[in-house]
Design a protein around this ligand. Structure first.
Ligand code: SF4
Length: 239
């Protein structure tokens, strides 16, 4: 183990040397795609409704913890009517192991009721309608539109926000600013799957505390200031 301070222990306020060029953006996404061509959501769901509920539950929780909770929840409540019938208390009992479970239980029952009352029990393919549902914000709406309806949306979670700024892919001070940069800079035909490539890259390689630059498939186009230092530290990091 090294005793010197590691670069990643001192996050730079301007982590990227510069914004990537268009050519570099394309190369970055293509290299992530080549490394993980079948990238998909790690949440378990069987239809639009269970996707929506899973994404609502995943706020500030891991996908694995949500999947463990939804096995029983979706067995008891596979559709909006059953979720309303199950009620807040029993929904809460299923999801008690994940963060913010009381609020989430309330929201899941309330959004199910609204799907029945306003949308014929269907998940609407409409951003404003989605964002009007309890517990559904822009990020959740983007995920549902991307996965359920095939729209070229970009949901900016903590991983994508970090990657956008660290690598120069899409610098921005807010998730919305990063989203707008990504939509503008990523080639249109790559935008929809790029959501998954970027999330999985942030989750498993370009990690928050210590990006694993030594095994990064998109090392060359990345503009992170410390990538060379971290790559050279790799043997110590893996020891
Ligand atoms: S080289 Fe390092 S900082 Fe750049 S994308 Fe890869 S893991 Fe992230």
């Amino acid at each position: 183990m090294t005793t010197t301070a590691r670069p990643t222990s001192r996050p730079s306020p301007r982590p990227a040397r510069r914004a990537m060029t268009r050519v570099e953006v394309r190369a970055f996404i293509e290299q992530l795609a080549a490394a993980n061509p079948e990238a998909r959501s790690e949440l378990n769901f069987v239809d639009d409704f269970t996707l929506l509920v899973s994404v609502v539950l995943s706020a500030q929780a891991t996908d694995a913890s949500v999947n463990r909770a939804t096995v029983g929840l979706f067995a008891d409540a596979p559709d909006p009517a059953a979720m309303v019938a199950l009620g807040e208390e029993k929904v809460g009992a299923h999801i008690r192991s994940i963060g913010l479970w009381r609020t989430k239980a309330r929201n899941v029952v309330a959004l199910s009721q609204q799907l029945l009352d306003r949308f014929g029990g269907k998940v609407p393919h409409d951003r404003a309608a989605l964002e009007s549902l309890p517990g559904v914000g822009r990020k959740t709406a983007n995920v549902v539109m991307n996965i359920a309806f095939g729209d070229s949306t970009m949901a900016v979670d903590t991983h994508i926000f970090r990657i956008g700024n660290r690598t120069g892919l899409a610098p921005g001070t807010t998730p919305r600013a990063v989203e707008e940069q990504l939509v503008k800079r990523i080639p249109a035909e790559m935008l929809r799957p790029a959501h998954h490539w970027l999330i999985l890259h942030g989750r498993y390689v370009c990690k928050a505390r210590r990006p694993e630059c030594w095994r990064c498939p998109a090392f060359e186009p990345c503009q992170y200031r410390l990538k060379e230092d971290i790559r050279h530290e790799a043997p110590a990091a893996k020891a």
